[in-house]
Write a protein that binds this ligand. Structure first.
Ligand code: ATP
Ligand code: MG
Length: 422
C-alpha cells in the first residue's frame, strides 16, 4: 500500500470542518480591517526565497524543497508566503496607484524539517501583509487584529511577545555587543550557532538547543541599543497595545528566523502547545520591497501556524459535520425513481438531502438516516406512491405526519426556510 510522504498529512472530513470554521472567521476579521485576499503560486524561482528570506537562514540553508524542473530551472516549493506577495506587489506595480495595500492569503507551505507534533513538512499558514504604512500604530493594530481573531475563535491562554530588532542604523552597534558576548560563550554553542556567530549572530538568539539558550541568557537586549527613531516607534507600539487592551510581554530575546525583519518583531505564544509554543509570528520588514527590486516601501506582516491553531482548538471544541435536512427512505422501484428526482430538485434549491439508492429494508434505511443525523425522514413506498402521499417523520420528536406528494418539493423547501427563521 502506498502511504503519504513523511511529514505530510491528510485533513479528513471530521477535522476539516474546524479548518473551514477558522478560515471563515479569519476572513471576516480581516475584511473588517480592509485586507483583500491574494493567491500566489506554491512554487517560485529559488532565487526569490534565497534573496527574500536570506541565505543564512535555517529555511534557505536546510529546509527548502528545491529542485530543477525539466527545463533545468531551479524552483522551490514555497516555505512561506511573504516573499511571493512582495514579488506580486512589485511585479504588478501595485504600488503605482496606491502604495497602501493590505493582503491576506491562506495556503500550504513546505519546509523539510524533522516532523513532530506541531511541525510538518507541508503545513498551512494564514498570512497577512500590509504595504506602504510606516506608522507604529499599524503594528499595534495588526497585533490587535490577531488578538481579536484568537478571541473570536475562543483560543485562550495566548500572549503577544514583542521586541524591536532596530534598523540598519542601530543594529550594527547591537551586533557588536552581542558578538562580544558570543565570543565569551563560544564553547557552549552548538555547531550551527558557531557558524551563525560569524555570519548572522542575531540568529543565535533564536536557536532552540538548550545549551545555546542557556549561553545567551546574559546577552545584551536589542532594545537597549535602539536609535531615537526606533525607540519612539517601539514606544508608540507598546502604548498602542496597552490602549487597545492587548495582553503583551516585552521579549528582549525574540528575533525572527528570517533576515528581512526590522523594528517590530512579535509572536503569539500559547501554553497549550508544549514545545511548539509559537502559534503566529510576524514583524516589520521595511527593507524587503526595495531589496527585491521595488520602490522603498515600509511593510509588516504575520503568519499564523494554521495546523497549530487547529491543534489548540481541537482540544477545546469541535465543529459538527453537515447533517442532511431530509433523508428519503424509498421502498420499491417507483418510489426510488421519484426520490431520485426529488433529491436533485431539493439540492438545487439548496437543501442537503440524502436517500438510499439500494434495495434496503425500512429498518436499515431508518438506521442510516439516524447515523447521518437527518432532521426528517420522508418515507415513501409503492402504496404511498399510489395514494399520492408520503409519511414525514420528525427524527427529534418522533412525530409522523402525512404529506401530499403534489407540490412535495416546494413544501419541503418551505418547511426548511421556516425552521431557519426560528
Ligand atoms: P518555529 O520557531 O516554530 O520553527 P518559525 O519561526 O520557523 O517557527 P515562521 O516562519 O515565523 O515560523 O512561521 C510562522 C508560524 O508558522 C509559526 O509560528 C508556526 O506556528 C508555524 N510553523 C512554522 N513552521 C512550521 C512547521 N514546520 N509545521 C507547522 N507549523 C509551522
Ligand atoms: Mg522554523
Amino acid at each position: 500500500m502506498i502511504q503519504l510522504i513523511r511529514g505530510f498529512k491528510d485533513i479528513l472530513p471530521g477535522e476539516v470542518e474546524l479548518w473551514q470554521h477558522i478560515e471563515r472567521t479569519a476572513q471576516a476579521v480581516f475584511a473588517a480591517f480592509g485586507y483583500s485576499e491574494i493567491r500566489v503560486p506554491i512554487m517560485e524561482k529559488t532565487e526569490l526565497f534565497a534573496r527574500g528570506i536570506g541565505e543564512d537562514t535555517d529555511i534557505v540553508e536546510k529546509e527548502m524543497y528545491t529542485f530543477e524542473d525539466r527545463g533545468g530551472e531551479k524552483i522551490t516549493l514555497r516555505p512561506e508566503a511573504t516573499a511571493s506577495i512582495v514579488r506580486a506587489y512589485i511585479q504588478h506595480k501595485m504600488h503605482a496607484d496606491d502604495p497602501i495595500r493590505k493582503f491576506f492569503t491562506i495556503g500550504p507551505m513546505f519546509r523539510r524539517e524533522r516532523p513532530q507534533k506541531g511541525r510538518y513538512r507541508q503545513f498551512y499558514q494564514i498570512d497577512a501583509e500590509v504595504f506602504g504604512i510606516e506608522s507604529p500604530y499599524l503594528d499595534a493594530q495588526m497585533i490587535y487584529m490577531l488578538h481579536l481573531l484568537f478571541e473570536r475563535l475562543g483560543v485562550s491562554h495566548t500572549q503577544a511577545h514583542v521586541n524591536s530588532l532596530g534598523c540598519p542604523v542601530c543594529r550594527p552597534n547591537y551586533r557588536e555587543a552581542l558578538l562580544a558576548l558570543l565570543d565569551r560563550v563560544e564553547e557552549q554553542l552548538c555547531p550551527d550557532c558557531k557558524r551563525r556567530k560569524s555570519r548572522n549572530p542575531l540568529r543565535v538568539l533564536d536557536c532552540k538547543v538548550p545549551t545555546c539558550r542557556q549561553a545567551v541568557t546574559e546577552a545584551p537586549a536589542i532594545v537597549d541599543f535602539l536609535c531615537g527613531q526606533c525607540q519612539s516607534h517601539f514606544d508608540v507600539l507598546t502604548r498602542g497595545l496597552t490602549q487597545l487592551g492587548v495582553p503583551f510581554a516585552l521579549d528582549k530575546r525574540l528575533v525572527r528566523g528570517l533576515d528581512y525583519y526590522t523594528r517590530t518583531a512579535f509572536e503569539i505564544q500559547t501554553t497549550m502547545l508544549g514545545a511548539q509554543s509559537a502559534v503566529a509570528g510576524g514583524g516589520r520588514y521595511d527593507g524587503l520591497v526595495q531589496s527585491l527590486g521595488g520602490p522603498p516601501t515600509p511593510a509588516i506582516g504575520f503568519a499564523i501556524g494554521f495546523d497549530r491553531l487547529v491543534e489548540i482548538l481541537a482540544q477545546e471544541q469541535s465543529v459538527a459535520a453537515a447533517k442532511p435536512a431530509f433523508f428519503i427512505a424509498a421502498l420499491g422501484d417507483a418510489a426510488r425513481q421519484a426520490a431520485f428526482q426529488w433529491c436533485a430538485q431539493l439540492a438545487a434549491a439548496g437543501a442537503y438531502v440524502e436517500m438510499e439508492h439500494g434495495d434496503k429494508s425500512l429498518k436499515a434505511q431508518m438506521k442510516r438516516a439516524d447515523r447521518l443525523g437527518a432532521a426528517y425522514v420522508l418515507i415513501v413506498g409503492d402504496s404511498e406512491m399510489a395514494a399520492g402521499k408520503a409519511m414525514l417523520r420528525d427524527m427529534a420528536t418522533k412525530e409522523q405526519s402525512e404529506l401530499a406528494l403534489e407540490g412535495l418539493v416546494e413544501k419541503m423547501v418551505e418547511s426548511l426556510s421556516g425552521r431557519k427563521a426560528d
